[in-house]
Design a protein around this ligand. Structure first.
Ligand code: AMP
Length: 757
C-alpha cells in the first residue's frame, strides 16, 4: 500500500533520528534492519505516536524498550516489526535523565499509582536526592560492601562515568548462563522453537532415545535403534511413579550403571507429592538445570517486555531444603534446592535481574521462620533496589507479608540498632551473614519503614509502599495457589501479579509467555525442546467440568501438536533425566496455541484429594490417616461408619476438615485425641511444613449425625447415579455444594486439632 509505505518511510526517518539519539533501542534497531515488515495497522499506530517520538527527540532520550542490560545487537535478529508506538505500553515506566546524561532508574508508571507514589511523588527514600537518588543504596554502601556484587552506584563510582555503559553491553553469546542477558534474543529463540513444534519434538525424542538407547530401561524394549514417535509408543509403555520407583531406588542405593540414563544420575529430587505418605524420589541431572535456566530466561524475557526491569534485585522468599545423602552416596533434596545449589543459579538470577536480596546463608538457613524474618529484613535494606517480589509459590509471599504484619516493629528495631534480634535469629551462619549487611545503626531507614507502615490501611499495598521500585509480584498462582490471589492483590496494591511457570520435580512443562494475563487465566506454553510430551485425552465421566474429585474416561495419548483446544488431558513426559512416557498425574486444558505449540491451563491433579497449598494428599493418604485415628476409637469399641473430607479455604489459612460418622456416641476426650492423630497422620512434607509454619490451620474433625451418609447416597441416586457404582465421596470439593451442604448440615460435634500447638 503506497500510503502505508510513505508513512513507513516517514516514521522510519523520525525513528532513525530518535534511535541515533538513544542508541539503545533494540526494537528500533531491529526494525531498521527489517523495515519491510510494517503492517498498515502498525503504521497507523506509529503515525499516532509521531508526536511522542518528536517529544523524545526534543526533550529527553527515548526510554530503552528493554532495560540497558538487555540491549541487543541489531544485526542478529529478524523479528516482525514493532513500531515505537507499540513499544509504549499503557503503563510504561518513565526513565528520567540524570544530569550526567545517564538514563536514570525507571520511575513508577504514572498510570499505575501505588500507595507510596501517592504519598511520595519522588521514588526515593528521604535524605537522598539528585544523582544519589538514582541509587538509594549509595546511602547504604556499607550494606552493599558486605554483598559480593557491588551496587550500580559503587560500580559507577569505581569505574568512572563511562562504566555503566560498558558493563551493560551484551557479549556475543549473550544468553549463556551468567552472560549478559538479551531478552529479544531469548524471545527470538522461543519463536523459532515454537514455529514448528512437531519437528522440534521429533528431534527432542530422537536425542533422548539415541543418547539413552543403551540404558537398562530402554534396552530390550524392541526399539532396535528406532527413535520415531510411533516406534517409541509401540515399544515403551506408559509409566507411573510406581513403575519407575524400583529403578530409581537402585540408583539411590548406588547402582552406577546406565539404569535410566547413559550418563549416571548423581542427584535425587524429592517430590512434594506423596504416595502413601512417602516422598517420591526422582532423578535429577544437569539437563534439568539447563531446562530450568531456559524456562527462567524465557519467562523473564516476556515479563521484561511487559514490565521492564532495570538492574536491581529480587526480594525472593525462597528456602533451600535440607539435603541428605542416600545409601548409594547421591545427594537428595527438593528439585528447587537442587537448582538453587547449581552453579548456574546465581549467575542466571543476576543476568535476569533477579538477584536475591538475602545472602545464601538465609536461603539455606536451618529454620524457616528465621529465614523468612531475614528475607524481610534484607529486602528492606535493599528496598529501593527491589524490582521483583517473588516466591516459588504465591502462598509464600502471602505468608511473608502476614508475618511482616506481626514482626515489622522488631525488624525496624533491628535496623535502628544495626544489630539482629538475638531471639528471632539464632542460627550462627544466618546471624553472621545478615549482621554483615546490617553493619551499623540506621535510624533513618527504621523511621521511614515505620512511617510507611503507619500510613497503610489494613496493610493494603504494603509491597509497593515498602518497595517503591518493584514492578510486579511473581510466583505460581495457578492451581491450588489460586486461593491466595485475593490476599496477594491486597498486599500488592496496584502492582501486577504475574503467574510463574508450570513444572514438576520430574521436569518443566511450560512457561508463562503472556505475563499481562491475570493469574486466574494464566496459561503455560510448552517448550518443545525440554522434553517429549504426550497427552492422554480425558473425558469427565459425569460430563461436567473437570475437578480434583472428578473421574475420567481415558483415550490413547496424542502428541504435543495433536491436542485439541478446549479438551482436557493428562500430561505424559519423556525427559532427558530418565523418565520415559511418565504420567505426571496433572489434568490440563488446552487453551489455545502459541505458534504451533499448545498453551495449557492447569486444571488439577488427578487422584488428589486434599490440597490447600503445597500439600498433596491422596485418597489413600486420607484412608491411612483415618485408619490410624480409628485405632484410638477401637479401644472404646467405636467404629467409623463412613468418612469424607474437605479442604476448607473459605478462611485464611485454609485447613482440612474430616467428616466422621460413628456407630455410637463418642467421649469428647477420645474424639479430641482422634482429631490430633488425624492431623499428625498426614505426613506429606508439604502438609507438615505448612502446618508448622501456620500456612495451614488446625485440622477440624466434624462428627456427623448417624445416617448422614445415607442422605448422601440418596442425594446421588436422586441425580441418576447407579447404586451399584456409588462410592462415598472421600473428598468433597467446593463445586459439590449439594453434598457439602448435607455433610455440614448434620454436624453434631466439632473438634480442632492441637497436634501442632
Ligand atoms: P512437585 O512434584 O512437588 O514438584 O510438584 C509438582 C506439581 O505441582 C505439578 O505436577 C503440579 O501439580 C503442581 N504445579 C506446578 N507448577 C504449577 C503451576 N504453575 N500451576 C499449578 N500447579 C502447578
Amino acid at each position: 500500500m503506497p500510503s502505508t509505505y510513505i508513512t513507513s518511510l516517514l516514521i522510519r526517518a523520525v525513528t532513525v533520528a530518535s534511535c541515533h539519539a538513544a542508541r539503545s533501542s533494540c526494537v528500533i534497531n531491529r526494525w531498521l534492519v527489517n523495515p519491510g515488515r510494517i503492517s498498515s495497522r502498525a503504521a497507523a499506530v506509529s503515525l499516532a505516536a509521531l508526536p511522542i517520538a518528536v517529544a523524545f527527540l526534543v526533550g529527553t532520550r527515548s526510554p530503552p524498550r528493554t532495560p540497558p542490560s538487555v540491549v541487543c545487537s541489531a544485526a542478529s535478529f529478524s523479528l516482525p516489526f514493532r513500531p515505537l508506538a507499540l513499544s509504549l505500553p499503557k503503563a510504561r515506566p518513565f526513565y528520567p535523565l540524570a544530569a550526567n546524561g545517564k538514563v536514570g532508574r525507571a520511575l513508577k508508571p504514572p498510570l499505575l499509582p501505588s500507595f507510596s507514589s501517592i504519598a511520595r511523588p519522588k521514588q526515593s527514600w528521604p535524605g537522598v536526592e539528585g544523582d544519589a537518588a538514582l541509587d538509594w543504596s549509595a546511602a547504604h554502601a556499607r550494606n552493599a560492601k558486605a554483598f559480593q556484587q557491588p551496587t550500580r552506584a559503587l560500580r559507577v563510582q569505581a569505574e568512572g562515568p563511562g562504566s555503566q555503559r560498558s558493563d551493560k553491553m551484551p557479549e556475543k553469546k549473550s544468553n549463556e548462563e551468567g552472560g549478559a542477558f538479551c531478552g529479544e534474543a531469548v524471545i527470538a529463540e522461543f519463536e523459532a522453537l515454537t514455529r514448528d513444534a512437531a519437528a522440534v519434538q521429533r528431534e527432542t525424542l530422537r536425542r533422548i532415545l539415541s543418547e539413552n538407547a543403551g540404558t537398562e530401561y530402554l534396552r530390550g524394549r524392541g526399539l532396535a535403534g528406532r527413535t520415531d514417535a510411533a516406534s517409541f509408543r509401540a515399544c515403551v509403555p506408559l509409566a507411573t511413579h510406581a513403575d519407575v520407583e524400583p529403578y530409581i531406588a537402585r540408583i539411590a542405593d548406588g547402582d552406577a550403571s546406565a539404569v535410566l540414563t547413559a550418563v549416571p544420575i548423581t542427584s535425587i529430587s524429592l517430590s512434594s507429592g506423596t504416595t502413601q505418605g512417602k516422598r517420591k524420589y526422582l532423578p535429577f541431572n544437569q539437563e534439568l538445570v539447563k531446562s530450568t535456566m531456559q524456562i527462567y530466561r524465557t519467562s523473564y524475557a516476556f515479563r521484561n517486555r511487559a514490565f521492564p526491569v532495570e538492574d536491581g534485585k529480587a526480594l525472593q522468599f525462597i528456602y533451600g531444603s535440607r539435603q541428605f545423602t542416600t545409601k548409594g552416596g547421591l545427594t537428595a533434596t527438593t528439585a528447587t534446592t537442587n537448582v538453587y545449589r547449581s552453579e548456574e543459579f546465581m549467575p542466571t538470577m543476576r543476568a535476569i535481574q533477579s538477584q536475591v536480596c538475602s545472602p545464601d546463608a538465609v536461603i539455606f538457613g536451618p529454620d524457616f521462620a528465621q529465614s523468612l524474618y531475614c528475607h524481610l529484613l534484607c529486602g528492606l535494606l535493599f528496598a529501593d533496589e527491589v524490582r521483583i517480589v517473588s516466591a516459588t509459590f504465591a502462598h509464600s509471599v502471602v505468608l511473608a507479608f502476614q508475618t511482616f504484619e506481626r514482626v515489622w516493629e522488631e525488624i525496624c528495631a533491628d535496623i535502628r540498632a544495626g544489630a539482629l534480634s538475638p531471639t528471632r535469629v539464632t542460627a550462627p551462619a544466618v546471624r553472621k551473614a545478615v549482621s554483615a549487611l546490617l553493619a551499623a545503626p540506621n535510624p533513618a531507614l527504621a523511621d521511614e519503614v515505620a512511617r510507611r507502615c503507619a500510613a497503610l490501611s489494613n496493610w493494603y499495598g504494603v509491597i509497593p509502599a515498602l518497595f517503591p521500585n518493584a514492578r510486579y509480584v511473581h510466583g505460581i498462582m495457578t492451581g491450588s495457589m489460586e486461593h491466595y490471589i485475593k490476599k496477594l492483590r491486597h498486599y500488592a496494591g496496584g502492582l501486577p501479579l504475574v503467574a510463574a511457570e508450570y513444572g514438576a520435580s520430574e521436569g518443566w512443562v511450560g512457561a508463562n509467555v503472556e505475563p499481562e494475563t491475570p493469574p486466574e487465566s494464566a496459561t503455560f506454553t510448552v517448550l518443545p525442546n525440554i522434553g517429549y510430551f504426550e497427552f492422554i485425552p480425558l473425558k469427565a465421566s459425569d460430563g461436567g467440568a473437570a475437578a480434583a474429585d472428578t473421574s475420567f474416561a481415558e483415550a490413547e495419548p496424542v502428541g504435543l501438536t495433536e491436542v485439541t483446544v478446549g479438551e482436557h488431558y493428562e500430561v505424559v513426559m519423556t525427559t532427558f533425566a530418565g523418565l520415559y512416557r511418565y504420567r505426571l498425574g496433572d489434568v490440563v486444558k488446552v487453551a489455545g496455541f502459541y505458534n504451533s505449540t499448545p498453551k495449557l491451563k492447569f486444571v488439577c491433579r488427578r487422584n488428589l484429594m486434599l490440597t490447600i497449598n503445597i500439600d498433596k494428599n491422596s485418597e489413600h493418604d486420607l484412608q491411612l490417616a483415618v485408619d490410624s485415628a480409628a485405632k484410638i476409637l477401637a479401644a472404646e469399641k467405636l467404629e467409623v461408619v463412613d468418612y469424607s473430607s474437605h479442604a476448607d479455604v473459605s478462611r485464611d489459612p485454609g485447613h482440612y476438615v474430616v467428616f466422621w460418622e460413628l456407630n455410637a456416641d463418642g467421649n469428647d476426650d477420645v474424639l479430641q485425641s482422634c482429631c490430633d492423630e488425624l492431623d499428625r497422620a498426614f505426613t506429606d512434607p508439604g502438609y507438615v511444613g505448612s502446618r508448622k509454619a501456620s500456612a495451614i490451620g488446625p485440622l477440624e474433625l466434624r462428627v456427623l449425625q448417624r445416617g448422614t451418609f445415607q442422605k448422601v447416597l440418596r442425594h446421588y441416586l436422586s441425580h441418576g447415579a447407579p447404586v451399584s457404582q456409588f462410592k462415598s465421596p472421600r473428598c468433597v470439593g467446593r463445586n459439590n455444594a449439594g453434598v457439602l451442604q448435607i455433610l455440614s448440615g448434620n454436624v453434631v460435634k466439632v473438634f480442632f486439632s492441637a497436634a501442632y500447638d
